[in-house]
Write a protein that binds this ligand. Sequence first.
Ligand SMILES: C[S@@+](CC[C@H](N)C(=O)[O-])C[C@H]1O[C@@H](n2cnc3c(N)ncnc32)[C@H](O)[C@@H]1O
Length: 319
Amino acid sequence: MSAPRIGRSALKAAKGPAPGVPRILNKTQPSPAPHRAGVPLPKRANPHLLNLSSESQTRMSPRIMTMLGVSVLTIGTYCGYLYTSYRREVAQAQLMNVPEDVSDRYNHTARTFDADVELSEKLMRIGKKRRDLVQQARGHVLEVSCGTGRNLEYYSLGARGCRSVTFVDLSPEMVEIAQEKFGKLHPGFKWVEFRAQDAREVPSPSHNRGQEKVAYYYDTIVQTMGLCSMPDPAGTLRHLGALTEPQQGRILLLEHGRSHYDWLNRVLDNLAPAHADRHGCWWNRDIGQIVRDSGLEIVEEQRWHFGTTWRYVLRPRRS
Ligand SMILES: C[S@@+](CC[C@H](N)C(=O)[O-])C[C@H]1O[C@@H](n2cnc3c(N)ncnc32)[C@H](O)[C@@H]1O
């Protein structure tokens, strides 16, 4: 038994029962010395209490006290600084008049995009989530909003995996970077195409049979972190559904947006205009609502990071 426990039980024994609680005496034990109700026993009357002060007193060294004080002061100052910066950013963000369509921002940020997102993706282990999703891609594949090609290394290319891949992004600068990366990663793979194009305008894939053009479907459509940037996310998903093979085809999404928690959503909402204006991304979108509005069928749904990272496997709704 530890010293404080001995101390507490000794105290209890010394004070007697709580008021109103009848005291049951064990006849085999000698009864305690009688004393008047409400008058506490003198400390020296109990041998346990005599030892109490020397046992329970632990002195903290002045050095540790100083270090603790300095740490508390530093953390307090830093939190104060963060809070002040947050309030200032919120005040500025509320005054901004940011258009809904901020997708043109990527033309200016393309060259620094990878460096900008690298650390946060590492900390959140987004690379693994990209790999787990993209490894499911099979057959004729379309990736929209491909950006700088952060998924390229995860594709399994070839007859047993992805037979052909088409990469599309609205920003020609982003597509150019993705194409450069692909050339280095998969120099021998020929069934690949890169296009600077709006995802809403991607046509069905087709091949020539004699003079005739025969349209077919994509087996897999991939999009990661794209719904936050487009002006009509539900309409775009609906369009992608029309390009997907109706029986076995899948749309694979890894997105970011609103959280499970109101306090975090308030932070996202407060800073959204400033973030959208700078980075071309509305980080407070309700991804679940967008998916439901698209009318696609949900095969799988998962969320991480307080609910802000969303993964979906979708397919065209069967009529
Ligand atoms: C946040 S970045 C994500 C890039 C990449 N998918 C990734 O996971 O890193 C969003 C991308 O969506 C693209 N985008 C925005 N609106 C688009 C649209 N309507 N059609 C195609 N791409 C679009 C932007 O140009 C940008 O490259």
